[in-house]
Design a binder for this molecule. Structure first.
Ligand code: TSB
Ligand code: ZN
Length: 640
């Protein structure tokens, strides 16, 4: 017999080898049905793993956070088993549970297509109905290696584990997988699931290694929850910027133009231009000066800055001409350092704030590219601030607040603020403990003083210093960086930047890197998703669409109105296509144009317009002056 201690402090005796499922059942059949796994002396145990000694346990039920993970992890194994039945040569990478489901990275020996997911899912259903127990077994490393000798991925994973480690294997029917656990006892407990999508994934996230196929899915404890989740996913898909960008003719990506090299269409470019004017004014008011520097620089420039040793993997290869070596810049900081050096600086000149809308190129892994969200050519709302040490906190805070203002004007939702720190064990960061400690301490102090809540992320810093990153969540559910303020003691040293202090001596300034509202590319992806494609009037590519009821009778009056609106700097357009009126109205709505004006007999010669606002049913008639006034006010207030 073994003694089991429950969370409430009570003890009970069970025979040796009893399981979480049996213990739950001994309490009530309801609890047995609700149980998913358990903690045994702090270790995650499967429902059916025998408990061999006295233990303190906690039963995980369907309501607990961990339950979803256990279920989805088991669903990943179920997926792998189904794939192996259909593709006998399949080999498997990793298959974890994730926030909203699971995935498995697979080398099926042939290409799995989107439509194959249906038959894989069917096979999963069948295996679930077979009600096969999922059992655990432990092997020493050499035996585990022998067991998986035909699967090079598993061999690599096992080889990386420390010597002497006990390796656990999970078997369900004919299928065995390397896995830490815990699992859900039997395939019969995985009933409500769906395979969602297929993507490419490099083995171990390394673009130089094999490309596998990643199948995503999601599993739930009951049908209602699964249905609800599928509905959420469908709504999200509607919000996906790649879909909206196509429908609203914002941007184009073409394999011939190059992966991750986005082309801005007239509608997209209009929004971008409005935003550019907005950023320019905002920065002028905040004391920034604008400069312009080239997209090409010498390799030497990036050797000085340290990009060459720490950031080269993210750069496109070098170009040689006339004995000189050039690179496409991945960042503008080195150029801005040179601009600072173009003159003698005194302590009275500081802070100097150089802003530039910077086009830069980064060699992002092809598997990581995603619509406009992660691209290879991007234009950043960038700035570098050159400050004295006594100005650091104020300037970081002002930059942060300017970002908040822009985010508020754009009505964007922040997911959280992240403090990105160095990971000392990684060599992608420059190596000077003192500089890092000073910079990290300063940012932490500032965030604490200002009561800004944040999450720390080790290893996410820039190579030259720590960052405060403002994170947003995309429609597809992942979190990306929108805005950033970065503290840098390194580049001023590398470029030997100085200013003359009040003591007449040379001093070193500090650099603050600031990304205001990301790159136009990423910002557009966020705007499309958060607005669901319906831009507020000040940003809308077309603000007013004029639709004559009859082309013969009403075009000339509609044209007069259109000219007038354009004179008032409103983005107005006439729809003179030979199409039915109903079609044109629907089209203006599909394109989410803020004001649709139908021009008919009532309007001609009356000095009146009748408009319908996007998203509203009713039509309103006002004088032309009133209409222009109203729209102008709305634009100035950045309203809808
Ligand atoms: C802020 N040197 C600093 C600059 O001075 C810098 O480049 N920082 S960065 O590397 O963090 O990039 C700035 C911003 O660019 C990020 O916060 C992110 O919003 C955006 N960005 C980065 N990579 C990509 C990409 N591949 N596609 C689109 N936008 C990107
Ligand atoms: Zn920079």
């Amino acid at each position: 017999m073994i003694k089991i201690k429950f969370p409430d402090g009570n003890f009970k005796e069970f025979s040796q080898g009893t399981t979480i499922e049996q213990i739950a059942g001994s309490i009530s059949s309801g609890l047995r049905k609700q149980s998913v796994a358990g903690y045994v002396n702090g270790e995650l145990f499967d429902l059916n793993r025998p408990i061999l000694e006295d233990a303190e346990i906690k039963i995980i039920t369907k309501k607990d956070q961990e339950a979803f993970e256990v279920l989805n992890h088991s669903a990943a194994h179920l997926l792998a088993q189904a794939v192996k039945r259909i593709y006998p040569n399949a080999k498997f990478g990793v298959g974890p549970a994730i926030r909203e489901g699971f995935y498995y990275d697979i080398d099926a020996g042939e290409i799995i297509k989107e439509e194959d997911l249906i038959k894989i899912e069917k096979m999963m259903k069948r295996i679930s109905q077979e009600q096969t127990p999922i059992t655990r077994r432990e092997l020493p490393k050499d035996e585990a290696l022998a067991f998986f000798k035909d699967d090079k991925y598993k061999v690599e994973l096992i080889s990386d584990l420390p010597e002497g480690e006990i390796i656990s294997l999970y078997t369900q029917g004919e299928f065995t997988d390397l896995c830490r656990g815990g699992h859900i006892g039997s395939t019969k407990n995985i009933r409500f699931f769906k395979l969602l999508s297929l993507a490419g994934a490099y083995w171990r996230g390394d673009s130089n290694r094999e490309q596998l196929q990643r199948i995503y899915g999601t599993a739930w404890f009951n049908e209602d929850d699964l249905k609800r989740h599928i509905k959420v996913l469908a709504e999200r898909k509607e919000r996906d910027h790649r879909k909206l960008g196509k429908e609203l003719k914002i941007f184009e990506l073409s394999y011939d133009a190059g992966q991750g090299l986005a082309l801005w269409l007239p509608n997209g470019y209009t929004v971008r231009k409005v935003l550019e004017d907005y950023v320019y004014k905002l920065e002028r008011k905040a004391g920034y000066q604008h400069i312009s520097t080239p997209a090409l620089g010498t390799k030497r420039l990036y050797e000085i800055s340290g990009h060459w040793s720490h950031y080269r993997d993210n750069m496109f290869p070098v170009m040689e001409r006339d004995g000189e070596t050039f690179v496409l810049r991945p960042m503008s900081c080195p150029h801005h350092m040179i601009v600072y050096k173009s003159d003698l600086r005194s302590y009275r000149d500081l802070p100097i704030r150089y802003a530039e809308i910077v086009t830069q190129h980064r060699y992002e892994a092809s598997g990581s590219l995603s619509g406009l969200e992660r691209v290879r050519a991007m234009t950043l709302t960038d700035a570098h601030l050159f400050v004295r040490e006594d100005q650091i906190k104020k300037e970081v805070l002002d930059a942060y607040n300017l970002i908040l203002k822009a985010i508020k004007d754009l009505e964007l939702e922040i997911e959280y603020v992240e403090l990105a720190l160095r990971d000392k064990s990684k060599d992608k960061f420059h190596d000077d403990d003192k500089l890092w400690d000073t910079a990290e301490k300063l940012l932490k102090e500032l965030l604490a003083e200002e009561n800004i809540e944040y999450t720390e992320m080790k290893g996410e810093a820039a190579f030259y210093g720590p960052k405060i990153d403002i994170q947003v969540r995309t429609a597809m559910g992942h979190v990306i960086t929108m805005s950033t303020v970065q503290l840098d003691f390194l580049l001023p040293e590398r470029f030997d930047l100085t200013y003359i202090g009040s003591d007449g001596e040379k001093h070193r300034p500090v650099v603050i890197h600031r990304g205001l509202i990301s790159t136009w590319e990423r910002l557009m992806s966020i705007l499309l998703e958060q607005y669901k494609g319906a831009f507020p009037t000040w940003l809308a590519p077309i603000q007013i669409k004029l639709i004559p009821v009859s082309l013969d009778a009403h075009t000339s009056y509609a044209k007069n109105l259109n000219d007038l609106f354009i004179d008032y700097d409103l983005r107005s357009e006439l729809d003179l296509r030979e199409e039915k009126l109903g079609y044109k109205i629907r089209d203006a709505q599909t394109n989410k144009i803020p004001y649709q004006l139908v021009v008919g007999d009532n309007e001609v010669g009356s000095n009146l317009v009748t408009y319908r606002k996007f998203g509203k049913k009713e039509q309103t008639t006002v004088t032309v002056d009133e209409f222009i006034n109203m729209v102008q006010k709305e634009i100035i207030s950045k309203g809808h």
